[in-house]
Design a protein around this ligand. Structure first.
Ligand code: ATP
Ligand code: MG
Length: 159
């Protein structure tokens, strides 16, 4: 099981309200964390994944889809950068990595996925943060070793 500690137990000044920091030591643990996060999401939720190449964003996203009852991946007819999963809730899994920035994100019809009926999971969300709704779950991935990752889950609220 992933080990969890109280947020900010090492650096209280940096912890935010509702923030959770989890250390995982395998791909399976990261996937399982994604699954437990997914289980608590409702249609319209947006999950912004931020972290370097190979940090674990895709593994986590697959866990989120599993947590929402998705087993198979369906492909998207309209937007090649989107994977659509059908579960108890539809999941749109989008990767901003190859996009140059907000203009390209908008021009590719990204807003269609903010329909409030599915859960949206975005990799490389920091490429176009302002294209995302202000109310979202931000998940940051830090590589702390070959198989260890520090994952910070933080609810953001619009003002
Ligand atoms: N604790 C861990 N959590 C997640 N992945 C891990 C962990 N330890 C090792 N790995 C490995 O790290 C890789 C993570 O790959 P993944 O595709 O999820 O990264 P990513 O953040 O989506 O990268 P990219 O930015 O290229 O899309 C996998 O090869 C996985 O096996
Ligand atoms: Mg990825």
């Amino acid at each position: 099981m992933p080990t969890s500690r109280a947020p900010g137990s090492e650096s209280p000044a940096q912890s935010g309200v509702g923030e959770r920091v989890v250390e995982t030591s395998s791909e399976a643990e990261t996937r399982s964390l994604g699954r437990s996060v997914g289980e608590g999401l409702h249609p319209g939720a947006v999950v912004a994944l931020i972290g370097d190449l190979g940090a674990g964003k895709t593994i986590f996203a697959k866990g989120v889809a599993e947590g929402l009852g998705c087993s198979d991946e369906a492909s998207s007819p309209t937007f090649a950068l989107v994977h659509v999963y059908e579960g108890s809730v539809r999941v749109y899994h989008i990767d901003f990595y190859r996009l140059s920035g907000p203009d390209e994100v908008e021009s590719l019809g990204f807003r269609d996925y903010l329909d409030g009926r599915g859960v949206l999971v975005v990799e490389w969300a920091d490429r176009a943060p302002d294209s995302l709704p202000p109310d979202r779950l931000e998940v940051r991935f830090q590589r702390t070793g070959d198989e260890s990752r520090r994952i910070t889950v933080r609810p953001l609220r619009g003002r």
